[in-house]
Design a binder for this molecule. Sequence first.
Ligand code: NDP
Length: 886
Amino acid sequence: MTPPGSRTSTPIDWDYDPAPESAAIGRVRDRYQMYVGGRFVDGRGDDVKTINPGTEEALASVSTAAVADVDDAVAAARTAYEQTWSRISGAERGKYLFRIARGIAERARELAVVETLDNGKPIKESRDVDIPTASAHFFYYAGWADKLQHAGFGPSPRSLGVAGQVIPWNFPLLMAAWKIAPALAAGNTVVIKPAETTPLSILVLAEIIADADLPPGVVNIITGAGDIGAALVNHPGIDKVAFTGSTEVGKQIQSSLAGTGRKITLELGGKAANIVFDDAPVDQAVEGIVNGIFFNQGHVCCAGSRLLVQESVAGEVIEKLRARVATLRLGDPMDKNTDVGAINSAAQLATIRSLTDAGDAEGASRWTSPCAVPDRGFYFPPTVFTDVSQSMRIAREEIFGPVLSVLTFRTPDEAVAKANNTPYGLSAGVWTEKGSRILGMASAMRAGVVWANTFNRFDPTAAFGGYKESGFGREGGRSGLSAYLDTDDEFVGESPSAVTNSARDGSSQHVRPTSVDTASADTARADAEDATLAVAERLSEAEALADAVEVVASVDTVDTVDTVDTVDTVDTAETVDTVDTVDATTAQVPRVGVAKTYKLYIGGAFPRSESGRTYAVADSSGAFAANAAQASRKDARDAVSAARKAFRGWSGATAYNRGQVIYRIAEMLEGRRAQFIDLLGGDKDAVGASGLAAARDVDLSIDRLVQFAGWTDKIAAVFGGANPVAGPYFSFSTPEPTGVVAAIGPQDDPLLGLVSVIAPIITSGNTIVVIANRSRPLPAITLAEVLATSDLPGGVVNILTGDPAEIAPHLAAHGDVNALDLTGSSASLRTELERAAAGTVKRVYAPSRVPDFTREPGTARMRAFLETKTVWHPTGAVSLAGGSGY
Ligand code: NDP
C-alpha cells in the first residue's frame, strides 16, 4: 500500500495465498462398484484405478463390466421398464426426479470435490457450474414428466423403452444429468456408461438415486472402457442410443446401428468460431474469449477454439488477450483460486502436445502463458497461436485443450465464410455492439448455439446440440425430450380431406367439394373405356389403340353420358370402313403422336442423363409407356450441387414467400388435375377402383401442397420459442432447415407419396434431391414440368429417375448432403445407406411404419429436417454480463 500523503508508489505483489478445498469432503472410498438393478454389484471385468490428474496419484479402484454385465444391466432396465416405470404416472416419475435433484443439491459440496479430484477441473467450476446445473436438469425435467402431452409432440407421445447412454469425461456428472433426466421424465429406463477415467461422480449419483428409492433397474450404471460402450450401444435389447463424445466414435456408432431402426442422438465435437468485430466492447470480448477457450481447460465440445478477429482491431485484441491470459492461475484444481486446472489424462495431454507441435511445424506463432506449471500432474499452459491459416491442423481439428488459434477477417461475409468452413457446427460466438449484425450473424452461422456478447452459457431450458458433424438431436429444453419419445405422428390420423378410407380401395365414391363431379366423370370414363375395348377387339391393334386414345381424350371435354352412348352404338364394321376409306384431304387417319422423352429435373432444367441410359417404364396396366432416364453418379452430383446452390436463397426467403410459392404449385397442379388423373390410373385397364384412387391421390397431392404452404410461417412459432434461462440473458431457440436433403420417393404412391415427401422438406427452407418411384416415374417428371413453370426457384426440388440402388449410395456418401429421407428404400438398401450416412453424420429419416399417405401427415417429417438453433444475449449493458466470471 502507498502510505497516505506519499507521492511515490511501489508495485504491490497481489499474489493469492493458497485456498485449497478439503479433499476429505469428497469422502472418496477405496473401491467403487457398479449400480445394476438397484444394487451395487461387482462387474466381471478387472478393477481399474482412477487417477487424480492434478497429482497423478491413484484415487480409488473401480470395478468394471464385462460384456455379460451389459446383458444384466439391459435386462434389469427392461424389467424395470415393463414392470414399473412405464406403468406409473408421469406425476409419480416427476417426484422421483425431484428427489434426485434435491439429493444432488444436498450433496453438492461432496460431489464438487469428487468431480474435481477425478477430472482435474478447477473446484470453482465444479462447485459453481457442473453440480448446480446437473441438479437444475433434474428439476427441469421433473416438471415435464406429467406434461408430455403439452410438449408439442402430439397428444400422446410414447416412451421408447430402454436407453443406452455413453458419456465422456469432460463434464462427467453434468453429462449424466443431461442424459438421465430427460430419459426418465419421458418414461424410459436407462443403462449408462461413464468414461473410464471419470467414473466417480456418477457412482456417487448412484447412491443418491438409491436413497431416492427409485425403483430398481430404472437407472443402471456400468463402468468400463470403449469396448463396453460399444457393447452397450449395439446391444439388441436397447431401444434408443444417446452418445456424447468424439466425432470419430460417433460415426462408428451411427454406422454400426445402420438398419436397426434404433433412435440415435449424437453430441459430438466442435471447432467453434468466436468472432470479434471492430465495434465490440474489447475488454468484455477479451473476457468472453478467455471464458470460451480456457473454461474447463478447453475440454469443452463447444469451446471457442478459433478466434476470428476483425483485422483493424486484431493487434489491440491480441495484446489485451495475452495480458489477460497471463493472469490466469494454473495449478492445483482443488485450490479455489485456480482458473485452469489439470488435463484429464496423460493420453489427452499427449494429444494436445502433438497438435500444438503440428501448429509449430505448419508455421503458426505460438505464445504461451508465462504461468508456472506444477511438476506433477497433467498440465498444459494456456496457449495462443497467431499467424494461423485455415488449412492448418490447429484451425481444423478439435484440440480439446487450452489452446486458441487466432485468424483475422475484414468483412462480415468473410467472417461467416471462415466460421462455417468446418465440418463441425456446434457453437459460435459473436461480439459486436450492433444488434442487426448480431442477428444477421446468428442466422448465417451453421451452428446449434450462438452466443452473442457472451460465451459458454448453459441452461436446462435451452436446447443444445450441433449441426453437421457435431451430431444430431438436441439436449435441454423440450427438444431434449423428443430424443426420448416416440413422436412419429405422421400419417396415423384421419385424412383431413373429405376422402373416406374405403375410397382407397374403390368401395365408395370419392367426393371432392368442387364444381366438377369427379365421381360421375370417372365412372363415365370407365364405361367409355369398356366400350372402347369392346370395339377394339374387332380392330387391328394399331387402329384400336388410336381410337381408344381419342375416345378417352374426349371424356374430359364432352358430356360423358353422350360419349358412352356414342361408343355403345358404334358400328364396328363402319368404323373399319371409315378407316379403310379415309380421305387424305380430311386427315381422318389416326395421328402418329410425337414420342416424349422423359428427362431428369436438375436445377430447374431438364437434362438428359449423363449415363446415356434409359429404361422402359410401363403404365399401370403393365404396357410400355415410355423410356425414362437412368440417372448416373454424375447426375446425382449435379443435382446435389444445384440443391446446394439453391439452398441459400430458398432458406433465406421469407416464410411468406415460400408459402406463396408452394401454394402456387398447388394451383398449377389443380390446373393439370385431369392430366395427372390420367397418368395415375386413367389408362384403359385401370378403370373403376383404380380410377377413383387416381383422382383421390391427385386431389390429396394438391391438398397436401396447400397444407404445407400454410406451415411455412407457423414453424418458428410452433417449434421455437423463448427459453426462460437463469441469469441476465435473453435466449431463444428457433428452428432452421437442415440443408440439402436426399430422398428416395415412395415406391407405391408415385404422385401422392412423392408430394408428401417433398412438401414437408421444402416448407422449412431445405432443398431436395429426390429419386422418383422407379417403376412409375412419369408422374414425378410430369410434376417437374409443373414445378418448372411455377415460381419455385430452380434447384429447390431436383428429381432423378432410375434405380435407387444405383443412385442413392452416391447421395448417401456425398459430403454436401445433410440428411436422408429413406421412405422409399428397401430394407437392405436402407442399411447400406445408413452406414454411408455415418461418414459425415447425416441425419436419417426412415419411418418405422409404412406411411399411408392418404392420412393426416402430422409433423414428424417436418421436424426430421429441422435443426434447432439457440441464441443467447445478455440483457442490459454488455459489461454487466459479458464477462467470464474469472
Ligand atoms: P471418445 O469418443 O473416445 O469417448 C466418449 C465415450 O465413449 C467414453 O465413455 C468412451 O469410453 C466411450 N467409447 C469409446 N469408444 C467407444 C465405442 N466404440 N463405442 C461406444 N462407446 C465408446 O472420446 P474421448 O473421451 O476419448 O475424447 C477424445 C476426443 O473426443 C476429445 O479429444 C474430443 O475431441 C472429443 N470429445 C468431445 C466431447 C463432447 O462433449 N462433444 C466430450 C469428450 C470428448 P472410454 O472413455 O472409457 O474409453
